[in-house]
Design a protein. Structure first.
Lengths: 430, 320
């Protein structure tokens, strides 16, 4: 499938590049891994070794997934770098940001190197790893952030392990900022996070499911924003689930704090009501909350309070999802539904196609401060060509991820990548 | 589609009182009434389930509940196997499924399941062979439908019609599967004035959504009620972040002779047992003339016989 062509012409597509305010029917020209020209006619010295006909398709920057777990190293029964980057490439994703909660944790440069070498031998989607904030995610001792940055980490995070000690977090923010590293935080108050697995509200009251209040998220956001003060330190909140949380972030942004946030695609569609049949496919953290929360998150996305949509991909082996709801492992295998769910927001009139694409390309690339998410001339040729109208059935056989754990299994998706180009190489086409 | 029902709408599993029609609940009560005389017969047995095998699958310890299921099955002439499976040995889902597969292979007809996790009975019902009925004997904080049915059965014996009744459920609503199952059953059977009473720490957020009135004041909560269902407060919840002490709980929410005077003169007092005397309820109230606590235990047997015979009976009809 992999073609080695030094020059590629992608022709007759609708080019949407939010970073450069482009939305027009034209061609994209790539030479030696770089975007060399966008326009109706090829540059004089250009001769295409490969031509892609993108008629009725959209040509956009390669998708940047803000948060996906690849399970490698450590939990390769759930997924491997090879399997998950292949699934990502087939879904139009050209860069994945992965949290440090692998096993071993990404708190030494050797783990970063291990991930890089596995990614390189797979030759598919690129990985932008986050380093641990604290050693072994223990919440106490700072990791060697400077060395980890040199090794290639784009930011620091303790994954879904909250740092309970405010002094440690404050110091961590200051230390990270010394090296211009952004701090990525999953807003979870450790004391309000006991054994809950559903939103505290009507559904948990009705079914007696151990619950997580809204304050699990909002108390953490409020504290973290207070710790940032007006210091100029850059933090990012991963996977918001509450309307109130988005409101707090909007307030901080208004005050001039350098804070950003993302939301997982599934959080924009499902609610607590999906838990009524105890189907473990809907078991996620943060939990699906109310319809009001879902709508509040959609609004925050529209108003650019939330700058990115991520997959929050968490593949599992089948056994992890078999059992009474609270005993199952949380998470959804979501790489392959990121694009169709994002497109669905356009169909629902929530986002324009251009801003929808922005939330999975330029938006996350800017937050991660990486060289991606744009079709600007001279930038690295990471490109996704997709058919926004292609309907396809999400089945276990169709899914390339090792994890088949998604509540969307069996449903018809609309929108699918047809060509994925990474560093000027067509790594996937269908 | 309700997984508790057969294709033609009859009870196949008994997992929760929620979502069952008034007719089905009434059928259970009427059937239990017929069985309630069996205990008085010289031979306390009917041959309804002869040749059937029932497995009591208890992942959570409970001598009392298990004994009544055991006795109910024996009185219906079924063969009963009791299995106590420590949750620590099967805390993983795959081994729970393996346990089920092993038991299924012994061609049994019914599982009576108690499990510490919410949704466990649904999980089992969704995963057993189609000829097996599943009875929920309590799953996490979700449901304990036979307890609720024996409560409403006792209430019907005492009061007759449900519609005019004022009923209060008092205590640890948050962690109580008994409370949830009772709320669904009482609402479906027509109780309009249903109150839940307890401190806010033990009250689930948004419980009003189930059609109950929330009351943090015991005196107002039980005022003019026809029946009071007291809940058990587990020992580990009596001190800590939920409650300061046993004694403060008793002074505010314990059912004493004094507080009982606020209810109607013919109020019925119920409790699912085992009772914490002096914590939830004053001894003299538990043993007093309003209390039907022991009658509840007796009725529990009839209810369990009813549910077993109905579910297995419908299974037999369906496969015939």
């Amino acid at each position: 499938m992999t073609n080695i062509a030094n020059s590629i012409a992608i022709e007759n597509g609708r080019v949407i590049d939010p970073a450069n305010n482009i939305d027009s029917n034209t061609n994209v020209y790539i030479s030696n891994g770089i975007i060399t020209h966008i326009g109706d006619k090829a540059p004089a010295d250009f001769s295409a070794e490969q031509t892609i006909d993108a008629s009725d398709k959209i040509i956009c920057p390669g998708i940047v997934d803000m948060c996906a777990r690849l399970r490698d190293p450590g939990q390769t029964q759930k997924g491997t770098i090879a399997s998950e980057t292949k699934a990502a490439a087939a879904a139009g994703i050209t860069t994945i940001c992965c949290p440090p909660d692998t096993s071993p944790v990404i708190d030494t440069t050797s783990v970063v190197e291990l991930i890089r070498s596995r990614q390189e031998s797979a030759g598919m989607t690129k990985i932008a790893p986050l380093a641990a904030i604290t050693k072994n995610l223990g919440g106490e001792n700072l990791s060697s952030m400077a060395s980890l940055k040199k090794a290639g980490c784009v930011g620091v995070s303790d994954g879904r392990k909250p740092i309970a000690n405010s002094m440690v977090l404050r110091r961590a923010m200051q230390y990270a900022d010394t090296y211009d590293l952004k701090v990525f935080l999953s807003p979870i108050d450790p004391w309000l996070n006991q054994d809950g697995c559903a939103h505290e509200g009507k559904v948990s009251a009705r079914f007696g499911i151990p619950s997580l209040p809204e304050a699990t998220e909002t108390a953490a956001i409020a504290r973290d924003l207070a710790l940032v003060e007006q210091s100029g330190i850059k933090i990012h909140f991963n996977q918001l689930s509450t309307k109130q949380g988005a409101k707090l972030i909007a307030m901080g942004q208004k005050d001039g704090q350098k804070i950003t946030a993302d939301v997982s695609a599934h959080q924009l569609f499902f609610t607590e009501n999906n838990l009524c049949s105890f189907d473990s496919a809907y078991h996620v953290r943060p939990p699906f909350r109310t319809t009001e929360d879902r709508d509040g998150l959609r609004d925050a996305l529209k108003n650019d309070v939330i700058g990115a949509i991520c997959s929050d991909h968490q593949p599992h082996e089948p056994d992890a999802k078999i059992g009474p709801f609270p005993t199952t492992e949380p998470g959804i295998s979501a790489l392959e539904t990121l694009l169709p769910l994002t497109i669905k927001l356009v169909d629902k009139g929530i986002l324009s196609i251009s801003s929808a694409i922005e939330k999975i390309t330029t938006g996350p690339a800017t937050i991660l401060n990486i060289d991606a998410g744009t079709l600007g001339v001279g930038s690295i040729a990471d490109v996704c060509v997709f058919d926004p109208d292609m309907e396809w059935a999400l089945t276990e056989n169709e899914m390339l991820s090792m994890g088949k754990n998604t509540p969307l299994l069996g449903q018809t998706m609309k929108g699918r990548a047809t060509h994925t180009i990474i560093d000027g190489r067509v790594v996937f086409e269908r | 589609m309700n997984i508790q029902l057969t294709k033609d709408g009859k009870l196949k599993h008994f997992l929760t009182t929620e979502g069952l029609s008034k007719e089905i609940l009434t059928e259970v009560l009427d059937t239990a009434e017929n069985f309630s005389t069996v205990a008085n017969m010289p031979v306390k047995k009917v041959p309804l389930l002869r040749g059937k095998t029932i497995i009591n699958l208890f992942f959570e310890n409970s001598t009392r509940t298990r004994t009544t299921f055991d006795l109910a099955a024996t009185r219906l002439s079924a063969d009963v196997i009791n299995m106590n499976i420590s949750t620590s040995a099967t805390s993983k889902g795959e081994s729970l499924l393996d346990t089920l597969r092993n038991l299924e292979a012994m061609s049994c007809d019914m599982f009576v399941v108690r499990h510490a996790d919410t949704g466990a009975a649904h999980f089992i019902a969704n995963n057993v062979a189609p000829h097996i009925s599943v009875l929920n004997a309590g799953d996490g904080q979700h449901a304990h439908p036979t307890q609720a049915m024996l409560d409403v059965f006792t209430l019907r014996q005492q009061k007759g019609a449900f519609e005019p009744l004022s009923v209060a459920i008092v205590g640890d609503i948050m962690h109580s599967r008994v409370a949830r199952s009772n709320i669904h059953a009482l609402k479906t059977l027509g109780v309009k004035d249903l109150r839940v009473v307890g401190p806010r720490t033990l009250m689930p957020k948004d419980i009003e959504d189930l059609g109950v009135k929330v009351c943090y004041d015991m005196k107002r909560g039980i005022a003019d009620t026809d029946a009071i269902i007291m809940l058990r407060l587990q020992r580990e919840r009596m001190q800590g972040e939920l409650l300061p002490s046993e004694s403060e709980y008793y002074s505010m929410f314990g059912l004493t002779e004094e507080k009982l005077k606020l209810a109607k003169p013919d109020v019925t007092v119920m409790h699912p047992g085992p009772i914490n005397r002096g914590v939830e309820i004053e001894s003299s109230v538990a043993d007093g003339k309003h209390s039907v606590i022991l009658q509840q235990v007796t009725n529990g047997l009839a209810i369990r016989m009813a549910v077993m015979s109905l579910t297995l009976g419908h299974q037999i009809e369906e496969s015939a």
